[in-house]
Each structure stands twice: as C-alpha cells, then as structure tokens.
Design a protein. Structure first.
Lengths: 376, 384
C-alpha cells in the first residue's frame, strides 16, 4: 500500500508539473516580499525534512541532532559571504574579528575564500561530520533511543562549542549575511532574495527526486529492512552499519544545503540553529506530514512553519500549546501522519464510520487489492 | 591536600545534582524502558513547588515554622511531580509501551505544554489544579472495597472528581487572594531563598563548604538510600524488579503489571520533583530550568548502564568530578610545569561549556569500548 496505488493519468501529472512550475516562476510577483521570503525559508526547511524522512521514515533512525548539520551548512555559506565582502575592513578579514583582537584569518577559514570550495563544503562537510558521528555510533550497534539521546547530546556539544568560540566564529552573535555581497549584489536585496527563492524551489524538487531515487531499488529495500528488522538484515549477510552510515551522511548533507539556503534567506546564522527544540521540530514536521512519504515531509515542513508564523503573529503564547498538542496527537492518534493516513485506510475507515462505504469483513488489504485487481 | 579536597568536594557536589536528577530517569528509563523527555519539566514543577511552599510559609499562621519549609517542600514536590507523572502515564505513556521513539516525541510535547503552562497560568491556580488532581486520583482508592465492587462505583468516582475540582478552585482562589505574588501569571524567573540555617558555610579540615551544596548532597544520599531500600526490601519493590526482568511471567504469576507501571512511573517522576527542590537551591527557577539538566541526565543513564542504580551513582560522580577537573583547569594546578601544547589544550577546555564538549567526547570514546555502559545487563538476545 503505497503511492503506487494511485496511478495517475500522464496528462494529469504533466499539467500538475506545469502548474507547479508556473506558480514557482510567478510567486515573486504574486506574494509580498515578506511572505515570499517566509515561503522561501520554509521551502529550504523542507530539504532538511526530506533528510529526516530518509533516516527516520525509511531507516528508523530518530536523529535529534540534525541541527548540527543544518548549522554547519549555514556557517559555511555565511563565512564565505563574510570573507568575500570584507575588503574594506581592517586586515581584509570580516568585521567581527576586530572586536576580539584577531588580526589574521584562522587557518581553517582560508579555503573559504574560494567559491568553488564553499560550494562543495556546504554539503560535504556536514555529510562528513554526520558520517563520522554515525559510524562511531552505529559501529557499536547503538540504536533506537540510545541513538536519539547521543545525537541530542552531540547537538548540545556543538551548541556549546559554537556558542563559546567568539574568536573563531563570533560566538553567540552568529554571522550576519544580509549586508554582504555576492557577485556584486547585496545578499539581502530584493532581487537576490528572488533568485534565492527560485534556487530553493528548484533544489527542493531536485532533492525530492534524489530522495525518491535513494529509496527505490535494493538500497531503499535494505533501508526499510533495517527499519523493520535489523538483526534479520544482518543475518542475511548485509552489513547494516555501512547502509546506516551512508544514509545518515546523506541526511547530513541535505541538512547542510538546507541550512545554507535558510541562512542566506533569513540573513543570519547563529548557534540558535543548534538548540534542542529546533531539531526536534524537524522531526515533527515529518511526523505530521507522514513519515515514509517523501511528499509528506515537504508539505509538513512548509505548512507547519506557515501555521507557526500565522499563530505566533495572532496569539504568541498559544503556539507552544498547539505544538505540544500536535506532538501528542500525531503520536497517539495519527501515527502515519496526514499523508500516510490519506494513502492508507484512513478515508475509507472514516466513510465507513458514517455508513457511506461498504464494510470490509476480511483483512482489508486483501479485499481492496482483489477489488481493484492490482496485487502489489 | 587542600586542593584535592576542594576538587573532590566540587566534583561530588556537581555529581550529586546530576545523580538526584538522573535517579528518577534511571528508574523510569532503566526499569520501564520509557524515555521521558518531560523529566526536566517534572523537575521544574518540583522547583516551583518549593517556591510556592516558601511563599505560603511566609503567611502569618505558618510564619513560626518558616525555617522548616524546605523539608516540607521536599515531600510536597515528590507528591506534585509524582501525581503529574501518574496522570501522564495513565493518559499517554500507557498507550505507547513498546514504541520508545513515539514515547520520546509525545513526552516532548508534554514538556512544551508544561513549560507554557507555568508561563501563562497563575501559580495559585496551578496549585489548585494539582490539588484537585491529587484528590481526584487518590480519593477513589481510599473507599472501602464494598463500594469499589458495587455497580455504582463510577458515580462515586465521578462525584469525587467533582469534589476535587471544587476543592481545587477554592484553594486556587484562597491562595491567589492571600499571596499576591502567586495571583498573576509571569514568565519571569523566580528565586527561592534558603532558610537562614542553610545559608553560609561550614569549615571542614580548613576548607569552607557552602551549606546549600551540603544539603543537596544530603538530599541525594537520602533519595538513593530510600530508593535502594524500596526496590530491594519492600513487596512492591520486588514486584517492580520482577516485572522488569520478565513482564509476561510476572503477569502470569498474578502481579498487576498495570499497577507496577503506575507506581514505577510515579516514583520516578516524584524523584524528579525532589531533584527540582535541589535545583531550586542552586539558582533562580524558570520555565526552562529542567531543559538544562535533561541531556546530562540521559548521559548519566547511558554511561551507567540501564537497570542498575550503582552504575548511575558511579556515572554521575564520575561525570561530576571530571567536569570539575576539566572545567576549572585543575590539572594545571596539580602539574604546573607540563609541556606547553598540553597546557594550552587544557586551558582551551577550561570553561564550563567547553568542559561539556570534552566530557561528551570522553563518553563517546568510552562507549566505543563498552557500548552498553558501565554495568550492562547480561543476556543472550540479539536485541537488547
């Protein structure tokens, strides 16, 4: 029972894509600047949500530390922007260094003078860090809640580290990007923001296809196998450590891309990206949207964040209650998420409750499949 | 010698805060396998209970007993957090046994709600709500068995809840009209002032120790001893251990696993409340106070190994002493003329936050050799 149950007409799919692309192109003219910027940010968050879906929805690894990789990507992008637009400051290094009496660029920031290096660093560095953390944890067969706790602890460690290092990365204050220059244009300017929005939208679609490619075929099957019965996968002759490490570093790389896009659109990267609540929120986007459904992760990230900004504008105090309630509700009443519920037996059960559809007496999937004549 | 004593005391003090905070978690997580991310917020409730008790003891009637409020608040905090924990178990966690990741997310939701609750509800009415919960949950259990078995028991239960609600509203109203500080909601941090006999320092062997720290060590010591005695000597303790070892077999032998779950969770949550009292002595109390401890507590449990209190004790004192050694840069004062690169490294880590970084790295290295903690449970299962 998956998306393949719905076989859409090719023309419908095509027109859907045409409408989507038209909307993306037209969005900057349809929406006010403020809303466009918000939409762009939420779309970039949906990339990290896709990563969470890959590791949690498909592989069963609940990481509470995706904020690490998100922030790393953000820091890479922000530092490149700061360095390239620092020509008028003393010593040709970003302004904040002068506050702490640093006169020479710390050595590990040197490579970030090059745009090509930065382009790769944004996703390779988070992926490598994720791979390292993942390998050390998975190697010892630490899994389940222990994995979650360890990722949360490492999140806290990174937060403490970044928060305390003023001389290297400006500590608590973070790095601002909106007054920096990229290719001769101000990053915070309207035209640049529009371009960033388009880049984000394209990357979300590209990531979606990439994620679909990852979960398809044997690799995806092994991931699902690890989620459902890891010892069995191991006894069948596969080494789950490798697969888990690979998928965890893929999710880390995606988080890095997402963080970089989010940073340039929100104008700042700071250790606040590595706080514990933010990383758990990423999980709830996926949980509400429907884990194990890639589209659900995207929709969940965009809609929950949009709801958050609307609710916080109207009733600031009530968002915490709503969010807390969402966590409890999704886990107890809607474990498959909204999209999973729609694709599963949800609507049928609802209709049955009101007597609008015939009750199924035997095992549901058997009868549904026989009726429609398509056994999966 | 003095330096060593000082360092040891500091380490033990840090460790005992960790231990009392992690003790409840070790019971809930170690014995029941439930990840309770709301544990920090249960601590926060304990800390707020201390604050409310303190203000109530300032009323003219109770003024003569003011100095003993901290002792009273330990028991009250145990009851308050315990009751909230029991409610949590009855409504949410019970549905999620066997799926720890879901429990983790749901309890995180609970923690968000509790945090916002203390921000936006006046503490007086919060107290009233807790009192009505206590009455509503415990009044039905005091009825005679004749009433319990009758068909009309549900009406008795219902009327006791109504009584509970009325009492709660009444107490809330009385408190908010008599103690003005509790009548308005506020997100600001509040301060608990220790009674006069706990202020100041004690000199032992020429070193001065703050009394509040000593008090925390005493609270921790008593909690650990009490819980060990309870688990090893009492009938319910034996049942809890039995259910931990083999749930199905215990069920077959007539142990009510449902009751065992409630009691275990209640005790674990109550201990969080006691930890809250200890924490309130260290600094100001706010909605976020629990969040500062939760990750450290989990590290203690992971390091100590699941289902073993000795491991928890050793792990928390180990982490405490290491934090002090690294965070205060004490190795340098013990060995002043160490080579330059080494001393630079030690200086780099000699702050509280960098010490955490170092401690975590050490824990990860340790787990490479002993993945299941100091005292792992023995078994031959593929999954453990």
């Amino acid at each position: 029972m998956s998306l393949s149950k719905f076989k859409f007409d090719k023309r419908i799919v095509l027109s859907f894509w045409i409408i989507l692309i038209a909307l993306i192109i037209a969005a900057p003219t349809l929406l006010p600047v403020f809303r466009l910027n918000l939409l762009g940010r939420y779309l970039s968050l949906s990339i990290v949500a896709l990563g969470v879906d890959l590791i949690w929805g498909y592989t069963g690894l609940l990481s509470l530390g995706q904020g690490i990789f998100f922030a790393l990507g953000g820091y890479c992008a922000a530092m490149y922007l700061q360095i390239t637009s620092s020509s008028e400051f003393p010593n040709n290094i970003p302004e904040f260094f002068a506050l702490y009496g640093v006169e020479k660029l710390p050595f590990f920031w040197e490579p970030f003078k090059s745009p090509i290096f930065t382009f790769f660093a944004i996703w390779i560095i988070p992926a490598l860090v994720a791979g390292l953390i993942g390998f050390l944890v998975f190697r010892n067969r630490i899994k389940g809640v222990y994995f979650s706790i360890l990722t949360q602890a490492s999140l806290l460690v990174f937060f403490n580290f970044f928060n305390g290092q003023q001389k290297l990365i400006n500590g608590t204050n973070g790095l601002k990007t909106d007054v920096t220059q990229l290719f001769g244009q101000m990053v915070g300017s309207e035209s640049m923001q529009r371009i960033f929005f388009w880049i984000t939208a394209i990357l979300v679609i590209a990531t979606w296809f990439f994620a679909k490619w990852v979960v398809r075929g044997r690799f995806g099957n092994i991931l699902i196998g690890i989620r459902d019965d890891e010892p069995r996968v191991r006894f069948t002759g596969y080494n789950p450590v490798i697969f888990k490490t690979i998928v965890f570093s893929i999710a880390g790389g995606l988080a890095g891309i997402s963080g970089a896009l989010y940073t340039v659109q929100s104008g700042i990267v700071s250790p606040q990206f590595m706080t514990v609540p933010f990383s758990i929120e990423m999980v709830i986007w996926v949980a509400v949207g429907g884990r194990g459904t890639l589209l659900g992760a995207i929709l969940g990230a965009v809609f929950i964040n949009y709801a958050k900004s609307l609710v916080s504008e109207a009733l600031p105090a009530s968002w915490m209650f709503i969010q807390g309630g969402l966590f409890i509700l999704v886990v107890t009443a809607l474990p498959e998420g909204v999209l999973g519920w729609i694709q599963g037996d949800g609507p049928r059960n609802l209709l049955q409750r009101f007597g609008l559809k015939r009750k199924i007496e035997t095992y549901p999937s058997l009868e549904v499949n026989n009726q429609e004549g398509n056994n999966e | 010698m003095e330096l060593l004593l000082d360092s040891l005391f500091n380490g033990v003090a840090i460790g005992s805060v960790l231990l009392v905070a992690a003790l409840g978690l070790a019971i809930v997580f170690g014995l029941m396998g439930v990840i309770n991310l709301a544990h920090g917020e249960l601590m926060m409730l304990g800390a707020y209970t201390t604050y409310v008790t303190q203000l109530i003891f300032k009323l003219p009637i109770l003024k003569p007993f003011y100095n003993s409020y901290i002792i009273v608040s330990i028991f009250l905090a145990f009851i308050v957090s315990g009751v909230v924990g029991i409610l949590l178990e009855k409504t949410i966690i019970r549905k999620l046994y066997g799926s720890p990741l879901e429990t983790l997310l749901a309890t995180w939701g609970v923690s968000l709600i509790l945090q916002q609750f203390v921000r936006s509800v006046p503490l007086a009415y919060g107290t009233g709500l807790v009192i009505s919960l206590i009455i509503g949950l415990f009044l039905p259990t005091t009825f005679s068995s004749k009433i319990k078995e009758s068909i009309n028991f549900k009406y008795f239960k219902f009327s006791s809840w109504i009584l509970a609600a009325l009492t709660g509203v009444l107490t809330g109203g009385v408190i908010s009209s008599t103690v003005s500080k509790l009548s308005r909601a506020s997100a600001r941090n509040v301060d608990v002032t220790a009674p006069s006999w706990m202020r100041g320092q004690v000199e032992i062997l020429g070193t001065a120790f703050p009394k509040t720290r000593l008090m925390i060590i005493v609270i921790t010591l008593i909690s650990v001893i009490a819980i060990t005695l309870f688990l090893n000597q009492s009938a319910w303790g034996m049942r809890i251990r039995a259910v931990t070892q083999n749930r199905q077999m215990s069920d077959c032998l007539g142990i009510s696993t449902e009751k065992v779950d409630i009691i275990t969770f209640g005790i674990g949550s109550g201990l969080a409340g006691v930890a809250g009292v200890a924490v309130s002595l260290l600094g100001s109390v706010g909605p976020n106070v629990g969040g500062n401890y939760i990750v450290g507590c989990f590290m203690v449990v992971v390091l100590g190994g699941v289902g073993n209190l000795l491991g928890t004790v050793l792990a928390s004192f180990g982490i405490g002493i290491m934090t002090d050694l690294i965070g205060a840069g004490r190795l340098l004062s013990i060995w002043p003329d160490m080579p330059l690169p080494l001393s630079n490294t030690i200086n780099f880590f000699a702050t509280t936050s960098m010490a955490r970084v170092m401690i975590f790295a050490l824990i990860v290295i340790f787990l490479q050799f002993k993945p299941t903690g100091l005292f792992p449970q023995k078994g031959r299962m593929v999954e453990n």
